[in-house]
Write a protein that binds this ligand. Structure first.
Ligand code: SAH
Length: 245
């Protein structure tokens, strides 16, 4: 059965209004018709069986029954990701979604490559959200991945600072002592925050600033990994140690 995400704020009783993109997919790509049955997800863990009631620019569907509701995911894992060039960022969004990351916080630090203005930022942000939703469908994940709007490095350090019991880990190739296996707290932390740098790495000042905000530096071994390799390795290992893989 085909699955589509809807925005739970665009629901009126049993009637759900699908986004422009999902509507386009339903009407123009799959050519579904009024009366066809689909599965729709609210991105918060619920899956419904629904019947298409109107096909147009905005597809409408009527909820018939709830199929399943997944309890809130236990441990949350948020990834602070420096904005990478071109398709590398798309890869990071897609793979982090598959690996069960709760949310991504893209930021721009001093060694990020390439220009990044507001207009471009908005477009990229929308693109990452699309890629995230597609990946959720592909891996049959019920909770949508959160993707924050891009911010500066300093702003990003203030994010989610009210969360209780967060273990904050900054991955730094110059950390020579602490590795992931040396941090037993990973298993029991209620929430994990992972910070990964851009192709050019962090400056020493950026690392110091993060330390002042409670981030611990951690190594992924003696070799320097490419930025996207570092993110995917960090997430996979942390998810394993946390008991989520
Ligand atoms: N500035 C470096 C490379 C940066 S690699 C250089 O050019 O020499 C990009 C990011 O991947 C880093 O900011 C860091 O977050 C992560 N990373 C890469 N290799 C790592 C390692 N061995 N340990 C911890 N983090 C690593």
């Amino acid at each position: 059965m085909r699955r589509f995400f809807f925005d739970p704020t665009l629901r009126d009783g049993d009637i759900v209004f699908l986004s422009d993109e999902e509507s386009h997919h339903i009407a123009k790509v799959l050519r579904l018709k009024t009366g066809d049955v689909i599965e729709i997800l609210d991105g918060l863990g619920a899956v419904f069986r629904a019947v298409i009631t109107s096909v147009g620019r905005q597809v409408e569907a009527r909820i018939e029954e709830i199929i399943t509701r997944e309890a809130t995911v236990g441990k949350s894992v948020w990834v602070w990701q420096a904005i990478l060039k071109g398709e590398k960022m798309d890869t990071v969004v897609q793979k982090c979604t598959e690996l069960g990351v709760t949310g991504l916080l893209p930021y721009q630090s001093s060694r990020c490559q390439g220009k990044f203005d507001q207009v471009q930022g908005r477009k990229k942000y929308q693109r990452w959200q699309r890629i995230g939703l597609e990946a959720c469908k592909q891996c049959r994940r019920l909770h949508a991945i959160h993707i924050d709007a891009p911010t500066s490095y300093a702003e990003s350090l203030k994010k989610r600072s009210d969360d209780d019991g967060v273990l904050r880990l900054l991955f730094w190739e110059e950390e020579k002592t602490t590795r992931l296996g040396d941090i037993p707290e990973i298993r029991d932390a209620a929430s994990l925050a992972l910070m990964l740098g851009p192709e050019g790495g962090f400056t020493r000042e950026e690392v110091e600033l993060a330390r002042l905000s409670g981030w611990r530096t951690v190594s992924l071994g003696d070799r320097i990994l490419r930025a996207e390799t570092a993110t995917l390795s960090a997430v996979a290992i942390v998810q394993f140690l946390a008991g989520s893989l």
